[in-house]
Design a protein around this ligand. Structure first.
Ligand SMILES: [Zn+2]
Length: 78
């Protein structure tokens, strides 16, 4: 059980660091949006890891499902 908890904590740390840097996102072959790794919308669609730069250059827009969660802490600045 301890290892499960440690695994969860590690996962949270990886998630938060991914959100903080936001350098790698995931896109599907014909998708118009990019996603976070854990997004359920792409988990069955062979997501490909790309850089945020590449996603922007392809005119992909952030997925409203998985990026909405990441933005909730930042909306105060608006
Ligand atoms: Zn998504």
């Amino acid at each position: 059980m301890k290892s499960t908890i440690a695994g969860l904590l590690t996962g949270l740390m990886i998630m938060s660091s991914t959100m903080a840097f936001a350098q790698t996102v995931y896109a599907t072959k014909n998708g118009k949006k990019y996603h976070q790794a854990e997004c359920s919308l792409i988990s069955k669609k062979n997501p490909v890891a790309i850089s945020m730069e590449e996603a922007t250059s392809r005119n992909l827009t952030p997925c409203s499902k998985c990026f909405k969660q990441a933005e909730t802490g930042e909306t105060k600045n608006k």
